[in-house]
Design a protein around this ligand. Structure first.
Ligand code: UDP
Ligand code: MG
Length: 320
């Protein structure tokens, strides 16, 4: 299939990235011109920054960049909505502005931008989705490395088809973007949704380098939230697991009942204290855990049932 020369939009989510924004913008611009010169991307291609409610001078820098070169475009969310929502809003804005395809990449450019021609090649070969898959996790700390690997394994176990070691560095075609816009849940887990859409896809390997300035904006809390969103929005197996656990505990309790009755008739009831206290603790913990898991889903159902808007764009760079 021949797609012609596509207008590509790079979407970069930025949360308090003033320290690195300039540097990243320069590198992106270099790549942009190279791709333009090689006629790999069209004249209407853009570098779109999404300011995810930063508290520093990120938005001022974006406006400055736009003033210097209209290739840079920026939208600003009304407050910090998190990485997933930030990239989603950028992709939707790109679609509205006439993008033929979008590549999302972190504003710190830890992901190797030299992989972009590879993405475009797969796109030209007819892929609607191209995943960037990292070749190693050398730059992450031990905690992030092990927790991320365990998480991907766990997600697979739960039946959610995430692409292992793929972060949010990916290309989506216009077709895929339109499909993505049909997902109305406010609990966005793009990493799970994209494989779920089922378009023709491929992967491109890339290398991750260390952050050159600023600190990671992904706090532990944000990571845990992303992990829980991913699990609860893509699998109801935890609830089934609770039911299964209940059934197992029921069988155990019948065995315990028989054992206790036998003890009773043999006149050995006094030493039963330990059995009793163990049962109380065990059942108590199982119940609390089960209620907690069910609560996660009830809470999310509640939030989704309100179908609130996911984000608001408070400002946008304009040409005048
Ligand atoms: N980010 C965002 N909103 C947030 C947190 C992060 O838009 O609430 C952006 C951040 O500016 C960066 C990208 O998401 O461009 C990835 O974040 P970071 O580099 O801090 O994560 P890490 O690479 O450490 O996983
Ligand atoms: Mg980073």
């Amino acid at each position: 299939m021949n797609y012609g020369i596509p207008n590509l939009y790079f979407v970069l989510p930025c949360y308090n990235e003033e320290e690195i924004l300039r540097q990243s913008a320069d590198r992106m611009l270099g790549l942009y011109h190279r791709l333009r010169d090689e006629s790999q991307i069209g004249e209407e291609s853009r570098i779109l920054f999404v300011d995810d409610g930063s508290k520093d001078k990120t938005w001022d820098s974006i406006c400055e960049l736009h003033g210097e070169d209209p290739v840079f475009h920026g939208i600003r969310l009304s407050r910090n909505k998190g990485h997933q929502t930030a990239i989603f809003s950028g992709m939707m804005r790109g679609l509205e502005m006439g993008a033929d395809c979008v590549i999302t990449i972190d504003a710190d450019l830890q992901q190797d931008i030299e992989a972009v021609p590879g993405f475009l090649e797969k796109y030209r070969n007819g892929c609607d989705v191209v995943y960037g898959v990292r070749d190693s996790r050398d730059t992450d700390g031990v905690f992030k490395k092990t927790s991320a690997t365990a998480y991907y394994k766990f997600m697979k176990l739960l039946g959610c088809n995430v692409i292992a070691q793929s972060a949010d560095y990916r290309l989506l075609s216009k077709k895929a973007l339109k499909a993505l816009s049909c997902y109305k849940e406010s609990n966005l887990f793009i990493r799970g949704i994209v494989p779920d859409m089922g378009f023709k896809s491929d992967i491109v390997n890339f290398h991750v380098s260390a952050r050159e300035a600023g600190a990671s904006k992904y706090t532990l809390k944000k990571m845990v939230n992303l992990a829980l969103d991913g699990i609860a929005s893509f699998s109801i197996r935890p609830i089934r697991f609770v039911v299964l656990l209940g059934a197992i505990v029921f069988v155990i309790s019948i065995v315990m009942m028989i054992a206790t009755l036998i003890d009773h008739f043999r006149g050995l009831t006094v030493p039963g204290w330990s059995t009793l206290s163990i049962s109380i603790w065990f059942l108590g913990s199982v119940q609390l855990m089960s209620i907690g898991i069910v609560g996660e889903y009830v809470g999310r159902t509640y939030m989704e049932s309100k179908s609130r808007p996911r984000y608001f764009i408070s400002e946008e760079t304009t040409d005048d």
